[in-house]
Write a protein that binds this ligand. Structure first.
Ligand SMILES: [Zn+2]
Length: 248
């Protein structure tokens, strides 16, 4: 019978641990919409830059629709837009080849990374000592993990819920991002529909399931809710009034 502890590799004795390789860390800060993740991302960047470190800001689908990280308290920084096909190792290597240091990466909207890109971030941390700070939402409007967030939960060295209180209309902590279409909560549709919790953006969604051509323009927004009101689809009284107004 094999000794089960054989699966554990030997750790160097205390005196020789200095010889252990230095590795970067992969961290994931997660929370619902509106919890201040982008603000925290820019603060982390600022703190590192002050120490003379050089980093890259990466984003996918910022709420502004531009390659930048936008925080709701009015700070904006230019960022590199990374689509799903971008190899993040190659992106960092290209900066090194151009003579630029990359000590750390800040990734906003990290839930939109592909699982492969999260693996690439882990390689950069392990093999190239790059510190990686990911900021994003854990679950989508159906309360299911985004694939990128799921991979971060699997691989990250540190998982940190962002501790800015976001409240449901009832006052309970809000952890769920409800998608509201024409004033009603919906649990169907594409995983990624970029909209805001504050401004109501008009967009046309084609109705794939019924095969009908959707010629009407619908309004889509997000609202953060507690689990109970997410389950019940209860958006609260104020929103109902707003919804009625929008039909007038
Ligand atoms: Zn609630």
């Amino acid at each position: 019978m094999p000794d089960p502890t054989d699966a554990l590799s030997a750790v160097p004795v205390a005196g020789s641990r200095r010889a252990a390789p230095v590795v970067g860390h992969l961290r994931f800060y997660y929370g619902p919409m509106d919890c201040g993740k982008s603000t925290l991302a820019l603060q982390v960047d600022h703190n590192h830059a002050r120490q003379g470190r050089r980093g890259l800001l990466l984003v996918h689908l910022d709420r502004s629709g531009l390659p930048q990280i936008t925080s709701r308290i009015g700070i904006t920084r230019q960022a590199i837009e990374v689509h799903g096909h971008v190899d993040l190792r190659a992106l960092v290597r290209a900066h090194w080849a151009a003579g630029q240091r990359v000590d750390y990466l800040i990734v906003d909207e990290a839930q939109f990374l592909t699982p492969e890109q999260v693996d690439q971030l882990a390689v950069l941390a392990d093999d190239s000592q790059v510190d990686v700070y990911c900021f994003g939402i854990a679950t989508d409007f159906r309360s299911r993990l985004f694939p990128g967030a799921a991979r971060l939960f699997e691989l990250a060295d540190e998982l940190q819920p962002v501790q800015v209180d976001v409240l449901c209309w009832c006052g309970a902590p809000a952890r769920f991002n409800a998608r509201v279409v024409d004033g009603r909560i919906t649990r169907d549709g594409d995983t990624v529909v970029v909209a805001d919790t504050e401004t109501t953006r008009s967009m046309t969604e084609s109705n794939h399931s019924s095969g009908q051509l959707d010629t009407s323009s619908t309004t889509v927004r997000y609202q953060v809710l507690c689990r109970r009101h997410f389950r019940l689809g209860d958006l609260g009284a104020d929103v109902a009034v707003q919804g009625q107004l929008s039909f007038a």
